[in-house]
Design a protein around this ligand. Structure first.
Ligand code: GLU
Ligand code: ZN
Length: 494
């Protein structure tokens, strides 16, 4: 079988983790099978449509390196691949169903439908939804409505008896009594717009889709879609509904858990490789052991058989861990190139980087590499290089359990050690040893000495390794900062 699968998002919101997972599984499956991956834009809901969402879709897929064989921009033999450009076709097919006696025109006004609903509720009626009023209109009755100029909708004749079953590759057979399927859903609205169900089924058929991989929340639509395929006399594709993506608390992943928009992850500085790798493991595994996969590897190794039935858990910490791993795999030069936009955005540097700055930034990158969870962390870690510390909270100078006055004395004496050493050619180990000696002389732990130096140099109690800070600042600047800090401390602390 020549596999043809599709990702069919509705451009109504930003691409989120769940959507991208669906896109990736379809894409990997197509690649692994030597099939085709199709992108289709399901923009039938004009009210919720947004240009921003469409741009975000393209940006997200291109950031992840996911390309489509057929779809918008690239075209293909079954185009157009944007549903709003196919409205004529849906209308034609819907009318064909009416002609074949599988669907019918309904002239009910919104007022009538509201009344029916209100009555059903008041009577606690077993029948819910449309009462099939127009299903058996005579030709004369229809003619009256037509004469009144009412444009009808088209509804599917859902059988009132029997059961509809479809097979899901993952979940097995799924059956629904036809009387429990929504009574005669609208296929074509009176303005000529198709509903999701009609457009989705027609396109999957006409585009030769062989497997439908989509989120499990679409399972309830399954029986209706099967009925539509039957009404058209078409063979339905194979189904594989994907397990839900949950937060760690077992609830469906949502904003309550944290960011879900891929754009947010990207802005915070998650690498595409890391996100792609981790998201692919949510609901799929290779052998339950191996965790690292490049996109190219997944394009070869992905199989439907390894999709889990159970919901996948999206663990933010695990993604962060993957990101750190991928960051550390980068060379310093590669990583620096990724960090520069964050430094520019923070206003630390401009995009014009001369050689001296470049080599300083490389040193910064090498020093920060081990500590970055996301690229954006570079801003906090490097602020001390580009801005003078504010030292707003003087208590930071004192390590835990150390009196502030002691911290000031320690800083004063450490300053002496550093001034001495930095002037001559003394290596880091020697300076460190001298500072340790000072600590034991003052009966302090190392932190009692290092903390005030760290805060003096960076304004913060968390920073890059102390000696990296010294080197990055340069001796002169470093000593100057300590002098300034001491001056403030002496003025503020009596
Ligand atoms: N447009 C639907 C969505 O936004 C597609 C569902 C399907 O794959 O059939 O998810
Ligand atoms: Zn009606």
């Amino acid at each position: 079988m020549d596999v043809r699968v599709r990702y069919a998002p509705s451009p109504t919101g930003l691409q989120h983790i769940g959507g991208v997972r669906t896109a990736l599984f379809n894409y990997f499956f197509a690649r692994a099978q030597g099939g085709k991956f199709i992108l289709r834009i399901e923009d039938t809901d004009q009210e919720r449509y947004s240009d921003e969402a469409l741009d975000d879709l393209y940006e997200t897929l291109s950031w992840l390196g996911v390309t489509w064989d057929e779809g918008p921009i690239v075209g293909g033999p079954y185009g157009p691949y944007v549903q709003s450009e196919r409205f004529e076709l849906y209308k034609r097919y819907a009318e064909q169903l009416v002609a074949d006696g599988k669907a019918y025109y309904c002239y009910c006004t919104p007022e009538r439908l509201d009344r029916v609903r209100a009555e059903q509720q008041a009577n606690k009626s077993e029948q819910q939804g449309y009462d099939r009023h127009c299903r058996n209109l005579s030709a004369e009755e229809r003619a009256v409505f037509e004469k009144e100029g009412i444009t009808p909708v088209i509804r599917l004749k859902v059988p009132t008896e029997g059961t509809t079953t479809f097979h899901d590759l993952l979940m097995g057979d799924i059956s629904r009594k036809n009387r429990d399927v929504s009574p005669d859903p609208v296929l074509l609205k009176s303005d000529g717009f198709p509903t999701y169900h009609l457009a989705n089924v027609i396109d999957d058929h006409l585009m030769g889709i062989t497997h439908i991989m989509r989120a499990q929340e679409w399972i309830p639509s399954g029986p209706l879609h099967i009925l539509l395929y039957e009404a058209f006399g078409w063979q339905p594709p194979l189904y594989c509904h994907l397990p839900m993506v949950m937060g760690k608390d077992g609830q469906k992943l949502s904003k309550r858990h944290g960011s879900t928009a891929v754009r947010d992850f990207r802005q915070q500085g998650y690498l595409a490789e890391a996100l792609l790798n981790y998201v692919s493991l949510v609901g799929w595994s290779y052998d339950g052991v191996r965790e690292f996969f490049t996109r190219e590897q997944l394009e070869e190794l992905f199989t439907l058989e390894k999709i889990n039935k159970a919901p996948g858990v999206f663990d933010y910490k695990k993604l962060e861990w993957f990101n750190g791993q991928y960051i550390r795999q980068k060379s310093d030069e590669e990583l620096l190139a990724l960090l520069v936009p964050y430094l520019v955005e923070a206003g630390f540097i401009t995009a014009v980087i001369d050689e001296a700055l470049h080599s300083r930034l490389l040193t910064l990158t090498a020093s920060a590499k081990e500590r970055l969870k996301v690229l954006g962390d570079i801003v906090g870690l490097s602020r001390f290089l580009f801005e003078e510390p504010a030292w707003e909270n003087l208590s930071l100078f004192a390590a835990k359990g150390v009196a502030l006055q002691t911290a000031i004395d320690a800083l004063q004496r450490a300053y002496g050690v550093l001034k001495n050493a930095l002037g001559s050619q003394v290596d880091d180990e020697t300076i460190e040893a001298r500072l340790m000696d000072l600590a034991s002389e003052m009966e302090l732990k190392v932190g009692g000495i290092f903390m005030p130096i760290r805060v003096a140099l960076t304004g913060s109690s968390v920073s890059l390794p102390l000696f990296d800070c010294l080197r990055l600042l340069g001796s002169e600047k470093a000593l100057q900062r300590i002098e300034q800090a001491l001056a403030i401390l002496k003025r503020e602390v009596r």
